[in-house]
Ligand binder design. Sequence first.
Ligand SMILES: [Zn+2]
Length: 130
Amino acid sequence: MNLKHCPCGRTNAKGQSLALEACCGLYHAGQAAPDAESLMRSRYSAFVRGDVPYLLATWHSSQRPAELTLEAGAKWLGLEIKQHRMNGADRAEVEFVARFRLSGKAVRQHERSRFAREEGRWFYVDGDVL
Ligand SMILES: [Zn+2]
């Protein structure tokens, strides 16, 4: 998939949107995300693309579900990062709002997620719906 605008909505220093290959696509292809926010963004983009293997691979082994079925027909509308906070060297929290439309209904998912870094890679642990 060649997307001119990465689904996560990240922009460069000039405010220009990044292409998928220059943003979350790097992590989908195997590069380690440099921080929890980047991992969070790449997981959002993976939801948009229906990339279940990536979602499972970036889920911390202590919490990872055996399988994952994505809501069919969800139309993802955007991601907003509210806060990214380190809790020590290898723990972080990211607060975000993800918006999508499902069966004609607009859904706003506001969550504070916890991330952990192991052997240089960030993983999603779990989150609280706010
Ligand atoms: Zn991105």
